[in-house]
Each structure stands twice: as structure tokens, then as C-alpha cells.
Design a protein around this ligand. Sequence first.
Ligand code: DWN
Ligand code: SAH
Ligand code: ZN
Length: 409
Amino acid sequence: MSACLVCGADVAPALDLGRMPMSNAFRAPGDSVEEFLFDLRLGHCVDCGMVQLMHRVPADAMFHADYAYFSSTSRGMAAHFRAFGRWLVEEAAPDGAGPIVEIGSNDGILLAPLAEAGETVIGVEPSANVARAATDRGVPTEIAFFGLETARRLRARLGPARAVVGANVTCHVEAIHDYVAGVAHLLAGDGVFVFEDPWLGTIVEQTAVDQIYDEHVFYFAADPLARLAAMHGLELVDALAQPVHGGSMRWVMAPAGRRRPSDRLARVRAREAGLGLRGRQALGASLAAFAGRATAVRDELRATLERLKRKGLSLAGVGATAKSATTLNWARIGPDLLDWISDTTPAKQGRLTPGMRIPVVPQARFVDGPPDAALLLAWNHDREIRQAFAWYAERGGRWITYVPAVRVG
Ligand code: DWN
Ligand code: SAH
Ligand code: ZN
């Protein structure tokens, strides 16, 4: 048992994925330093229901000046964030003075178009390398972990914020109370806190078990988030489903009593009830069923790759994602099965994947000499990748996917 990071009650175990490396700890070939491992274990709080990791990796071991994930590597995500920015300034926070503050702004994928449109923006990003990419494209960025201290500094300097926004960052923060207290302190009275993260509903429904990894400390659903908001004078007022990362949810919080909770939020709650995610007993049972399905998919994926390999097919992966650290290490898929994994991120190329140590190669390798079958590890960018590589399937190349189930195309 561990203590819930939100309410302090017991966390009941739901799924044990074993010893894992850090998901973005790509290694230099020949590096003999022993790899840091931790217990990747998912649980749910018996009181507030927050689904969370039972053991965490310290934030500064994951987010630093050699962070491997650059958000702007996907064109689909760039389009998503352009639309997100427009929605933010036109619909979510149309009026109000004060800056738009983005937490976890990475290489500026959301803020750059807003800055170009003349909005006052500032990013808060602890990973100095990706932050530098943002400042290089004109996005003012503070290199820091967001929390109450950073919020005080920003408010003193820039005034209360019209909007605080964060994509794929809130669920990453173990020190969640310091973080939400910072948001509450920084927001103007009529401001909004908008954040999107992978939604527990889709993870369970799609058996997307590889969304579970070190950086994802929390797996959000409405009830536990509403409780967290209330602990800081905020209120959960809206929820908008997003197609990105396999199925995310954009949540909106506002100072308590300032905005009427939407019908959309009520519908999301109803969907969560339908998926068995509300109430302790239902949640425990749903997560147990999810764990069973995830284990079956893992076994089938490994068996499928072994079968294709025995038939003499060459196999490789596409997308050295953080998620794939869970898939590959949990299923023990190594260089004996996958020759290499292609990835467009220069910071990952020439390195080995964490744990299983599969070489990461530039995408040109896939173009020059594609494998007989390709494991789509960046399955959340399925459409973008299949379109870019339409020639691959036309030439008889076979895509292997595993969310929600194993499929060889
Ligand atoms: O939450 C997080 C999300 C936003 O990003 C972070 N904790 C870490 C990271 O997770 P991920 O690595 O699982 O994210 P993606 O977006 O699935 O990563 C895609 C990877 O695939 C990148 O390394 C880029 C690469 N890629 C590629 O090689 N060819 C992507 C596309 C679209 C391509 O065509
Ligand atoms: N928002 C981008 C990046 C997501 S990756 C996107 O959606 O593509 C998560 C980012 O959050 C990383 O760049 C990481 O350095 C940053 N991060 C992690 N903890 C943080 C914290 N406490 N405050 C601000 N940023 C944080
Ligand atoms: Zn709790």
C-alpha cells in the first residue's frame, strides 16, 4: 500500500508491470553505467479514486537538459495545438488582461502561434534543451518546475493570469498540491486553468496499457479531479474529449463559483460511470479486468512477433516513444526480435532504447530499407504515419499494432 498523492488514503494495487527503466532514458551505445530501475505499479485510491503510480521517479531525474521528447516532431500535433490555442483565446478565455501561462511548454508547440498572433505568453519548462528550442522561436520561457514558488514569482512580475494551460504535464507532477496551489495563486478571478492529458476512460476502454510509465504519475477521471480542484478553491467546470494521444481529455477548472459546470462534463461523468470508473468497487473491478486484457495483449504481441520472426520475416519498430518503454520491457521485446526502431527525433537517434537496448535510427533507414513487418510503437500517430508511408503497405509491408488488440495488417 502507498498513500494517495491527492487525499492521503490507501492506494490499492491494480497492475504490476515489474521493474522498469525511465521511459526517456535513451542510452549511448557502450555506456556501461548501470541503468536506473523502478517498480512500475498502478493503483487506485480507496477514498478519492485517483488512479496513480505507487512508486515514483524523482522529477529532476526525468526532466532535465537532455530531455528526449520534442513536441514538434509530429505535424498532427502541431495542427492540434494551433487549434487548441485558437480555442483558448476565442472561447475559453476570450477577455481578460494578463498573460497566458503554459506549464510544460516544451519546444513552444502551443505558444509559438499565439505569440505570433500578438498574445502575451510565457512558458514554464524545466527541461532546458527543449526550453531553448522554444526561446529560439520567440517564445519567452522560464526554465523551472511549476509550483507555488514559480507562480508567486510570475504573478509578481506579470500580474494575474488570464489563463493557465498545460498539455500532457499535469498528470506528470507528483507534487500535485504545490502545482495546483500555484495555478490557483496565479489565476485571475475570471481566469481559467485548462489542461489535457490521456483520459483514464480511453486507457481502460482501449487497453492502452503503455500509457502507464514513469512520467505519467496520474490517470485522470472527473471525480478525483473535482476533489483535487476543491482542495484549492477551484472547481472542475468542463471536459472536452480530444482525439490526440489515442484519446485525451481537455479539462477546465475555474475559481469556485465563477463558471457553471457544463452539460459536457456531466456527460463525461456518465461515460465514466458506464466504463465502471466511478465508486471504489466498480473501479477496482474495472481495473482488474483491464489488467487481465493488457496481460493477454502483451502475451499475444510477443507470440506474434516470435511467429513472424520464425517465418523468416525482418521486423523493426516505428517511433521510439516513451510509451514503448512499457510495451517493450514488459513483453521483453529486444533486439532479437526488432532490428531497430526509427524515430524522427535527432536526440534519440544513434542511441539505444531504455532497458531493451534496441538501436534507434533515423527515419531514412525505414525509407531506404523497410522491414517485412513494422511494429507501430507510435500508435497514437497512426493516421499521420500510415499516410506518410502509404507506399509501405502498397509494397506489401505489414503494420503490426496492439491497441486495442494485436493486429497484423
Ligand atoms: O506525455 C508525454 C507525451 C506528450 O510525449 C510525455 N510524457 C512523453 C511523450 O510521450 P511519447 O514519447 O509516447 O509521445 P509520442 O508523441 O507518441 O512520440 C512520438 C515519437 O515518434 C517521437 O519520438 C517522434 C516519433 N515519430 C516518428 O518517428 N515518425 C513521430 C511521427 C509522427 C513520425 O512520423
Ligand atoms: N506540452 C507538451 C510537452 C509534454 S512532455 C506536449 O503536450 O507535447 C511533458 C513536459 O512537461 C516536458 O517538457 C517536461 O519537461 C515538462 N514538465 C514536467 N514537470 C513539469 C513541471 N512541474 N512544471 C513545468 N513543466 C514540467
Ligand atoms: Zn485519494
